[in-house]
Design a protein. Structure first.
Length: 552
């Protein structure tokens, strides 16, 4: 492997552990807290998790380790989308295992949950692990999106685990993967297999967050990477003074990533999906909101600006989601073939017009032609519209363009509008983890082993107080069932970890709301620059603005 100077330097970085984990595994003991209850639907969740429900919150403290002596064989998987720091969760877990006993074994199952089902694994060694310390990516063992959720799959996992003598499995994933970790833990406990299951909170989307989990790992680095790029674009915009940049950022449904980037860079516009839904905003209202900023700035001679658009925005626009629902029905089953057989777009357009309700067609008809075609051409294997592929940055810039043409004709708008488009997602998911993510992830992994060694199962590795210096972080564990409620998913009631959306009464959104009117008209850009790995702590160990505001 060719190594960059930074990669070599990062191998030598020593991640910071919470104070109570710093004396080594022999000096870590458990303090049990109160029994827990799920955030909602307690009776139902208790019934579904008779063996793992209601367990106590736990915290680690300095003291003699009194965990039973045992040889450990642990399996680990990475699940879902990449997030910076995954390699450090594995190295923290490995180091704690080996510190407890050098004969302990860590197996990495490859390609995500499917690695466990297919028994495709690698045994970690010092040499192997050392080549991945403090680096981005999930390439150490790969990841995947297979869901571990059926009894048949659990039986295979049990068989594979028994074959290797695994006493524990660590699942590094988002809300869905950790929900499945809780179900797997219950299965293993119910069958008295002795196989423990521990989760670690991962996702750049920031939506695995609650009163116990202050942040999912990867959010810090990904948003800092996007903010660096957005800041650079802002500086370019402010230099050339001739383009409006429409920037879509990843993050799935929730707008945490967009909001954090806005707090970091102070763009002219940032849409927040949760607000759009709460105010039931229409496409026209959103368009007008952006066009007002372009008009005011343009009339003052500032024909440039930056607008951040969250990936999931269109799902939150009520009239747009109603349209998508009708399109999915219109093309259900064999009707897709009928549609595809039509000779040209005019014939397809007439088919659509005849098939949609008047309200849905009115929404469809105001969309730019490119987006109209995207809605019908790019569909998933079930024939549904792939909402995440909709180029919402182009959708809004084109709608703003038409609106501005009207305003120009009416004589109110006197500026020029030249939009450019960007999508930032994959650029941030495998960046070298910031010092924060390197430290946080290593601590989550180290801590996961402490939970295992003390016999816990169905717990999420929890490191809190993370807006403070690492010395003051608090390590422990929380039963996953505590974070669960019942939700309707694919027509069934399911126990799931509640997904965190942006809270409109939360401090990060309130701060943004208090400043955005000024940002929309004036040029208030801030340029965060690249992530710094070496230098003064106030530059290198910064947490996100979201965390700082939430905990400040
Ligand atoms: P997770 O929810 O698995 O962490 O994935 C996050 C994410 O990066 C989303 O922001 C994005 O919508 C999605 O993955 C993209 O998925 P894929 O990697 O399959 O293209």
């Amino acid at each position: 492997m060719n190594l960059s100077p930074l990669q070599k330097a990062r191998y030598e970085y020593s991640p910071k552990l919470p104070g109570m984990l710093r004396n080594g595994v022999a000096e870590i003991c458990v303090k049990e807290g109160a029994q827990t209850a799920s955030v909602a639907d307690q009776d139902k969740i208790k019934e579904l998790f008779p063996n793992t429900y209601g367990k106590k919150e736990i915290t680690f403290v300095k003291g003699t380790n009194n965990a039973p002596a045992k040889k450990w064989v642990v399996g680990v998987i990475l699940s879902g989308g990449q997030a910076p720091g995954g390699h450090n969760v594995i190295s923290g877990l490995y180091d704690a295992l080996k510190a407890a006993d050098k004969d302990n074994v860590l197996l990495g199952f490859k390609g995500g949950p499917s690695g466990l089902l297919e028994d495709d694994y690698v045994e970690f060694t010092d040499e192997f692990i050392n080549a991945y310390r403090n680096t981005g990516g999930f390439d150490i063992i790969g990841s995947g999106r297979t869901k571990l959720e059926t009894k048949e799959q659990f039986a295979i996992v049990e068989e594979v685990a028994k074959k290797h003598g695994l006493n524990a499995i660590v699942i590094i994933g988002g809300d869905d993967s950790n929900t499945n970790a809780a179900v797997l833990a219950e299965y293993m406990a119910a069958k008295n297999t002795g196989i423990q299951v521990i989760g670690c909170p991962k996702t750049i989307d920031g939506d695995l967050k609650n009163e116990d989990i202050e942040a999912s790992f990867g959010f810090d680095t990904a948003t800092k990477t996007y903010s660096e790029l957005i800041g650079n674009i802002e500086r370019d915009a402010n230099s050339a003074k001739k383009y409006w940049h429409f920037i879509k950022v990843m993050g799935r449904s929730a707008s945490h990533v967009a909001l954090e980037c806005a707090l970091e860079t102070q763009p002219n516009i940032c849409l927040i999906g949760e607000e759009v839904a709460a105010k039931k905003m229409s496409l026209a209202q959103i368009t007008n909101y952006i066009a007002d900023s372009v008009e005011k700035r343009g009339n003052a001679g500032n024909n440039f600006g930056v607008a951040i658009i969250p990936e999931g925005i269109v799902e939150f626009v009520p009239e747009f989601s109603a349209l998508i629902k009708e399109i999915n029905e219109l093309l259900a089953g064999s009707k897709t073939d009928e549609f595809n057989a039509l000779p040209d777009w005019t014939a397809k357009y007439n088919f659509i017009k005849a098939g949609l309700s008047a309200e849905a067609f009115a929404v469809f008809d105001i969309l730019p032609a490119g987006i109209q075609q995207q809605l019908f051409l790019e569909r998933d294997p079930h024939g549904n519209v792939q909402v995440s592929l909709i180029e919402s940055e182009k959708l809004f810039s084109e709608m703003v363009k038409s609106e501005l043409a009207k305003r120009k004709a009416a004589g109110t708008y006197k500026g020029k509008f030249a939009p450019l488009h960007h999508f930032f997602g994959y650029e941030g998911r495998c960046a070298f983890p910031s010092n924060f993510d390197a430290d946080y992830c290593y601590s989550l992994g180290y801590n996961a082993f402490m939970l295992i060694s003390y016999g816990y199962t169905g717990y999420l590795s929890k490191v809190s107080n993370i807006s403070k210096p690492a010395e003051e972080w608090v390590a422990g564990g929380m039963p996953i069932t505590k974070m669960m409620n019942i939700e309707r998913r694919n027509g069934e009631d399911k126990p799931v970890i509640r997904k965190a959306l942006v809270e409109l009464d939360g401090k990060p959104f309130k701060f943004f709301e208090a400043h955005r009117d000024e940002w929309a008209v004036e040029t208030c850009f801030t340029f965060p620059g690249a992530i710094q790995y070496y230098g003064p702590s106030e530059v290198c160990d910064l947490t996100t603005r979201t965390l700082a505001l939430e905990k400040g």
